[in-house]
Design a protein. Structure first.
Length: 211
């Protein structure tokens, strides 16, 4: 039974990353590829294609549209049009709130990548509990007691897209040289995948916070 259990766990550990990767790509291709499916079905020749081939063609069309929009946005006319559209959306009731939040998120993720380049360790949500987080900005905030604090995003496991945003005093934040990708792997794996120097950072964080 011990050998069977070992083989079973080894098989799961081998199949899980491969299966999850295939599932994610299949999900993206099938969802995005279905956007242009009604348009492709208007043509008789394209209507006769296998379903998987039409879905793949739709996914390629999505990529082409995204590239085309990016190319047009880089030109003078494209920038002018986007500027006009940006001002319009920011003036529309109800729409401006959603648009402003989405614009800030896109700008932070795709434009200001340096804002998410630091992986930190801090005591959160209480003293004695250390959590891995990411700085969302390098600009500190001055607290009423004169201390400086920074915004730190603490993701959840295993879904890092949800989490908590906390304003943590700078003295309680330990910066690491762990890349954001490594930090996300640590969070998603629940601590199973961690860098070799992680223990050193934990010790340093406990000394700095005085715990």
């Amino acid at each position: 039974m011990g050998a069977l259990r070992k083989y079973f766990l080894t098989g799961v550990a081998t199949i899980l990353p491969i299966g999850l990767t295939v599932f994610i790509f299949w999900f993206l291709i099938s969802r995005l590829g279905g956007i242009f499916e009604p348009l492709l079905e208007q043509h008789v020749w394209l209507r006769q294609m296998p379903r998987w081939l039409s879905t793949l063609a739709g996914f390629v069309l999505v990529l082409i549209v995204v590239l085309a929009v990016g190319a047009l946005s880089s030109g003078i006319i494209g920038r002018w049009f986007l500027g006009w559209l940006d001002r319009l959306f920011r003036r529309l009731p109800f729409v401006k709130g959603v648009y402003s939040s989405a614009s800030q998120l896109a700008d932070a993720v795709f434009v200001k990548k340096s804002s998410f380049s630091k992986t930190v360790i801090a005591e959160y949500p209480r003293r004695g509990v250390l959590a891995v987080g990411f700085l969302t900005t390098d600009d500190p905030v001055l607290l009423n007691d004169g201390r400086k604090a920074v915004f730190v995003y603490f993701p959840t496991t295993p879904n890092p897209t949800s989490g908590w945003l906390a304003l943590v005093p700078e003295d309680d934040v330990t910066e690491t040289d762990m890349a954001p990708d490594s930090g996300l792997k640590l969070v998603v794996s629940g601590g199973v995948v961690k860098p070799e120097s992680f223990t050193g950072w934990i010790r340093q964080a406990r000394l700095e916070t005085g715990s």
